[in-house]
Design a protein around this ligand. Structure first.
Ligand code: AMP
Ligand code: MG
Length: 422
């Protein structure tokens, strides 16, 4: 259902109505309203790590470029492989990786061959060295082997002319290796998008300051720094902006001049000192949303001049949840990436979970193997949106649908892992 209900609550600022959206509507609106970056550049394949391919790569060679052996052993013509009993043939040479056998191997002959070494003319099968008897030049093979055994064929990985990598492909270590295997030294990628980010709040202090009463450390700028860095964008850290009308307005103007996207945390809920909302009403085309989710209900999204604006909530867990669920896929679209849905697995939940219906919960969980080797998830415990240590203990979101209430232990739940292999 793609319908949003405009709601004016007594607490809302009069300038703009707040929209109630469910998680999918919010995501569709955000990804659907941004444009992909157009600027491209040519970089070496090492520089291309974690970048986005802007031009498809077509292979101009076969990989492997020649038929070669998958084992250390002996290469034969398959007519010499006995169907019963055994057969003895004569060793006439060797093919090592990088030093091929030049001549032709005739029936009744074989060569020593090592893994990766080219097959010689006249050979089509390799028998492992452990499976032959060697007596000087006399090599004896038993029955039970077949044609093409242990041979890697020309082009079986990639063929000359294949489109190997498409536009929008994320370049991970595997792609760097594939490009290198084709002899491709440089690729065309999209330029990195620039993201300016700042925290808002009079209570916030930097990590190198001491706290007075009523003050807390600014943690959001560090989680945001980390998540943006992993995404591979150019960062413009604008620090902490106090709850001062002019300071907030100046920060937005400056950010919009330098960046493709602006990300803030705090100041989008309804509070006395929330100047973010007021400033954006003045400067931008920004919508204020209440998303039917927990954590992370208030969210602002839109444009400040030409820059895309993500106004994340202030609570530290809400920041991470809304970043992963909305800002991440939206920025991926801006970066030119082919956006795929984050994988979700269904597993049994070991804990009872408290939940009120009417919103989608992204509870923090620990996904692991039980004694029987089955994947199970359990809650990290306290689920409040200011408990950032829970985000550090967790390795996944337990996604509970909008219409669910409390969950009993043993129920199958959707789990979205957020930690990878590295
Ligand atoms: P706000 O939306 O600005 O009212 O903030 C909601 C809650 O998040 C408050 O408890 C703030 O103190 C807290 N908060 C806001 N920004 C940060 C930040 N950068 N780091 C840690 N906590 C924050
Ligand atoms: Mg605030």
């Amino acid at each position: 259902m793609n319908k949003s209900i405009p709601v004016s609550s007594a607490c809302d600022k009069p300038q703009k109505q707040t929209l109630w959206l469910n998680v999918n509507e919010a995501l569709d609106r955000m990804t659907g309203s941004v444009k992909k970056i157009q600027e491209i550049e040519v970089v070496t394949i090492r520089e291309a790590l974690n970048r986005v391919l802007a031009k498809e790569v077509i292979s101009t060679i076969n990989v492997p470029p020649y038929a070669n052996s998958a084992m250390d052993g002996y290469a034969f013509n398959s007519i010499d492989l006995p169907s019963s009993g055994e057969n003895t043939v004569t060793l006439v040479g060797k093919s090592f990786a990088g030093i091929p056998f030049k001549g032709e191997v005739k029936p009744g002959e074989c060569i020593r061959i090592m893994t990766g070494a080219p097959m010689a003319a006249g050979t089509d099968s390799v028998v492992m060295q452990e499976q032959v008897q060697v007596d000087g030049d006399a090599i004896t093979i038993q029955s039970g082997h077949c044609k093409n055994e242990n041979v890697r064929h020309i082009g079986e990985d990639i063929k000359d002319g294949d489109v190997v990598l498409g536009r929008g492909q994320h370049l991970s270590p595997a792609e760097l290796g594939v490009l290198a295997s084709l002899g491709v030294a440089e690729v065309t990628v999209y330029k990195k998008i620039r993201v300016a980010f700042f925290s808002t709040g009079d209570e916030l202090r930097n990590v190198d300051e001491t706290l007075d009463e009523g003050q807390i450390y600014d943690s959001n700028r560090y989680t945001i720094f980390g998540m943006l860095s992993n995404l591979g964008v150019e960062l413009i850290d604008m620090g902490i902006i106090p709850d001062d009308r002019q300071a907030v307005e100046d920060a937005f103007i400056q950010a919009s001049k330098q960046a493709d996207a602006i990300m803030t945390s705090g100041g989008v809920s309804v509070g006395e000192a929330d100047f973010v909302k007021e400033t954006l009403d003045k400067l931008g085309k920004v919508d204020f949303w209440k998303i039917a989710m927990k954590p992370g209900k208030p969210l602002a999204f839109g444009f400040v001049n030409d820059a895309v604006f993500f106004g994340l909530p202030g609570n530290p867990v809400s920041v991470m949840a809304t970043f992963y669920q909305f800002a991440l896929p939206t920025m991926k679209a801006m970066m030119g990436l082919n956006v795929t849905k984050a994988p979700v697995v269904k597993v049994a939940c070991k804990s009872d979970l408290r939940k009120s219906s009417g919103r989608t919960d992204f509870q923090r969980g620990i996904l692991q193997m039980n004694e029987k080797g089955e994947l199970v998830v359990e809650s990290i415990g306290m689920q409040a949106s200011h408990v950032l240590s829970g985000m550090s203990k967790a390795n996944c979101f337990i996604i509970l649908p909008q219409d669910w209430g409390n969950v009993e232990a043993g129920t199958l739940v959707d789990v979205q892992p957020f930690r990878g292999l590295m």
